[in-house]
Design a protein around this ligand. Sequence first.
Ligand code: ADP
Ligand code: MG
Length: 427
Amino acid sequence: MFDFSELGLKPALNAALEAAGFEKPTPIQTQAVPLALEGHDIMGLAQTGTGKTLAFGLPLVNHLLGLHGKPDPKTARALILAPTRELVNQIADNLKVLTSKTPIRVTTVVGGQSINKQIQTLARGTHVLVATPGRLIDLMDRRAVDLKAVQHLILDEADQMLDMGFIHALRKIAPALGTPRQTMLFSATMPKQMEELSRAYLNDPKKVQVSPPGKAADKVTQSVHFVEKAGKPRKLREILSDDPNALTLVFSRTKHGAERLMKGLVADGYNAASIHGNKSQGQRDRAIKAFRAGEINILVATDVAARGIDIPGVAYVVNFDLPEVAENYVHRIGRTARAGRDGQAIAFCAADEVLLLRQIQKLMKIDIPVASGVEPEPVDRPKQQRGGGGGGRNRSGGGGFRSGGGKPANSNGRPSGGPKRRRSGRR
Ligand code: ADP
Ligand code: MG
């Protein structure tokens, strides 16, 4: 049954895959791995949950296994950037499955943890550095890491790197990297502006596309309930009572909303926790771990958990509030129906979210089936228009995502002024 052998990987990697129980490559792996092994830059697009991590992880580790000697102190040979701490840790865990029996070191640096410890670890040098951009820049500023030996750059959830904050980080990080290098971008959604990113950072890339951009995972069943804002908590309880023990991920637009919702659920006897930018890293890690283990079955989250997180048992994703960026709907619902499983994505839509719903349907080129209620007259939401005046990109001084940096500019955690869409940090 083992079927990875045709990809041209080193025997050590095939052995690791087989030991981990992987039988055959997914379509994005079949297409991307051979091209990446040839050294091409890659722009990889495939639905959520289809194995993009190994699609870049396998050729990367394969290359690194072919290099001799140890990395010099403070250097790294490959850099993987991802938008959240949880995703950085998850990518590193995936890579360690491939490297555990090899000399290859995988090191993570994320905010919310001791920077001094990270400085010490980096002092030895590493093969693969997996990082959130904010903490990496802090470490660069402290001269704790030298990136000029980096020969491979990977941006996971690449389109999020276009967000305000991240794009600044990338502009600072990229010139510090070695050349020539191989660069790979992977995501499930690729807004048009991705071409910009590609032109700036990729060299004659091979585009590997398994499905049209913005397509949901094949086995996710979607529905929408039209419900007034005030009716949402009750609607949620109805849905939860249909399948009380199922792992359910509930997305709220704001940190405060997520916290309030979680507290209400706990008060009503539900087994819920929350994860968002106001939680300490320890709390975030514990919540994810308990959810992964099924110790709690309801996780209320902001978009901090929208991308990349792989918890195979998630049966339901509830969009308690619709996301303000249509692409994020695709990512949120992609937390279920992973690796060929099925899952349900249930959206709530109030009058002031009808326009968001339409944007989502337009992006996905589908009509989401209505499970209850009738579509109300749309009510416009202030400050949500898309794209206007640069859409929040290219702003200087945003920097809200910087882990070790200063406080955000005002009390609601947003830099003052400017549209609030497409912010990446502090969710
Ligand atoms: P994506 O980044 O595309 O959302 P991930 O890389 O997180 O997807 O993988 C989703 C899930 O599929 C993970 O649990 C991973 O272990 C599993 N997976 C990846 N590749 C394979 C494979 N070839 N066969 C079976 N399962 C796989
Ligand atoms: Mg992924």
